[in-house]
Design a protein around this ligand. Structure first.
Ligand code: SF4
Length: 139
């Protein structure tokens, strides 16, 4: 993992869109509450960031995922391809590096395509009302 070039590392992202949802921590920091509201920069159809190179300056909460920090990123789903590689497991059969097609993940139903609404279309005060999943945080 640490021997990968920057481009090889970046290519691992499967584009599932699961990390680009607005998420909250509960008061005790033991539950992650996930909404179906996507970051305003995410294209909710393609699930690609519309301004990837400037995302960190435009969205203060956006996090750069690196080999050094992947194990600290508790808010990423276990299905995240970065986490899969960090666990030493093989990429799933639908991953674009296996199939050669970035649409495979959507066709196999492993992404959030068609299931998210953009932050741009939701009033700020209504975001917390759109929590759809509660995930226990484990080490
Ligand atoms: S959860 Fe992981 S694989 Fe999915 S979009 Fe986020 S970084 Fe990429």
């Amino acid at each position: 993992m640490h021997e990968m070039s920057h481009d090889q590392w970046e290519s691992l992202c499967d584009g599932c869109g699961k990390c680009c949802r607005i998420q909250f921590l509960d008061d005790d920091d033991i539950m992650l509450m996930q909404t179906d509201v996507a970051c305003r920069l995410l294209d909710t159809e393609t699930l690609r960031c519309t301004d990837y190179h400037n995302r960190l300056s435009k969205v203060p909460d956006c996090v750069q995922i690196t080999p050094d920090t992947i194990k600290e990123n508790y808010w990423l789903p276990d299905s995240c391809s970065y986490k899969i590689v960090a666990r030493g497991e093989d990429l799933p059969s639908w991953h674009h590096l296996v199939t050669g097609d970035r649409k495979s993940i959507h066709e196999e139903g492993h992404s959030l395509q068609g299931r998210l609404v953009s932050e741009r279309d939701v009033h700020e005060e209504e975001v917390e009302e759109r929590i759809i999943e509660w995930i226990a945080i484990t080490d």
